[in-house]
Design a protein around this ligand. Structure first.
Ligand code: NAD
Length: 351
């Protein structure tokens, strides 16, 4: 198991260090090598995705990333900005499937803005297609019409094979979970998503144990707030997934808890917390490292097919929470406030 470790900027190095500590504590012979990305890449190599970093990522089995970005780079030309490094690495590695779990540990139910009984024990996986849809379809642009006014155009398009491959990802994940897939579309209005629905029904035939349902995106946005525990795996296109995954992440009320994965067609993946580089709290030892530690668990599950050790990490996180350890972002009265490093230690101790 060879992993490229890309700490990035802001709190990236602090939180990555905790995940590396946890992976080392498993003692399962993981080889890890670090390289710069984002602002750190710009500082060291003049490029937010230095070629040595890209090469390392390509020759590794998986990439574990902290976060990129800092306001001090906002005035750089677009190509040199930290976020550019992230978009380029996703494209270079052909990461078309984005997995965003929204999990709410019962101990943290009071952190959510929703009623505890609506969200306690929540465990949803949103599978978002990442390389197609209206974000990439041609034609696109802003042009001037004959009458002199401007017109903006974007094109929603999906080929059958693009839908099929993300469908298989979702059904395979459902097989490892509660065997329910809800496909979200707008098939009543958009032909692209009418095809999406037809192909999902075809893919489902390969997974007779999995129950497939369909939901229009407007209803899905509502149901996620009304009764989120009805969902197991949600699969949807790029633009709907962009919006729904952010909505789902807020059900948990704590961005520092949410991991993510982006996979290619061979289950090679890049694993990173859902949050950004939080420059406002960098180098203060107060960031929550659990999203990054849980991203490492996802890496073991989805790239290395090691359910046992993925589960061990997740149980250790749960145990640390049960023992009352909290970083500042999830702290409530009566619990034990700890820093980033001490939270990493608490997870290692629980392991
Ligand atoms: P952010 O996610 O970095 O921070 C939002 C808020 O959440 C901040 O108050 C921050 O302190 C807090 N927060 C985030 N992660 C936390 C953690 N682990 N523990 C405790 N608190 C945490 O978003 P932002 O402030 O909008 O962006 C900051 C920088 O991050 C920008 O440069 C942005 O471009 C970049 N960014 C990077 C990624 C990524 O690397 N995937 C994603 C989003 C934003």
């Amino acid at each position: 198991m060879k992993i490229a470790v890309l700490p990035g900027d802001g709190i990236g190095p602090e939180i990555i260090h905790q995940a590396v500590k946890v992976l080392n504590a498993l003692n399962i012979g993981i080889e890890m090598q670090e390289a710069p990305i984002g602002g750190a890449g710009y500082e060291s190599d003049g490029d937010p995705l230095p070629s040595r970093t890209l090469n390392l990522a390509k020759e590794s089995d998986a990439v574990l990333l902290g976060a990129v970005g800092d306001w001090k780079y906002d005035s750089l030309p677009r190509e040199s900005r930290p976020e550019r490094g992230l978009l380029r690495i996703r494209k270079e590695l052909n990461l078309f499937a984005n997995l965003r779990p929204a999990i709410l540990y019962p101990e943290l139910a009071s952190s959510s803005t929703l009623k505890a009984e609506v969200v306690a024990g929540l465990d949803i996986m949103i599978v978002r297609e990442l390389t197609g849809d209206i974000y990439f379809g041609q034609p696109r642009g802003i042009s001037v019409l004959a009458d002199g006014q401007r017109e903006g155009i974007n094109t929603m398009r999906y080929s059958e094979s693009e839908i099929r491959r993300i469908g298989h990802v979702a059904f395979n994940i459902a097989m490892k979970r509660n065997k329910k897939v809800c496909s979200v579309d707008k098939a009543n209005v958009l032909e692209t998503t009418e095809l999406w629905r037809q192909v999902m029904i075809e893919v489902a035939k390969d997974y007779p144990e999995v129950e497939l349902s369909h939901m229009y995106v407007d209803n899905a946005a509502m149901q996620l707030i009304r009764a989120p525990k009805q969902f197991d795996v949600v699969v949807t296109g790029n633009i709907f997934g962009d919006i729904l995954s952010d909505e789902a992440s807020m059900l948990t009320g704590s961005i520092g808890m949410l991991p993510s994965a982006s996979l290619d067609s061979n289950n090679k993946g890049m694993y990173e917390p859902s949050h950004g580089s939080a420059p406002d709290i960098a180098n203060k030892d107060i960031a929550n490292p659990l999203a990054t530690i849980l991203s490492a668990a996802m890496m073991l599950r989805y790239t290395f097919n090691d359910e046992f050790n993925a589960g061990r990490i997740e149980l250790a996180v749960k145990k640390a929470l049960e023992l009352g350890y909290r970083t500042a972002d999830i702290y409530t009265a009566g619990t034990l406030k700890v820093g980033c490093n001490a939270m990493g230690d608490a997870v290692v101790a629980a392991l």
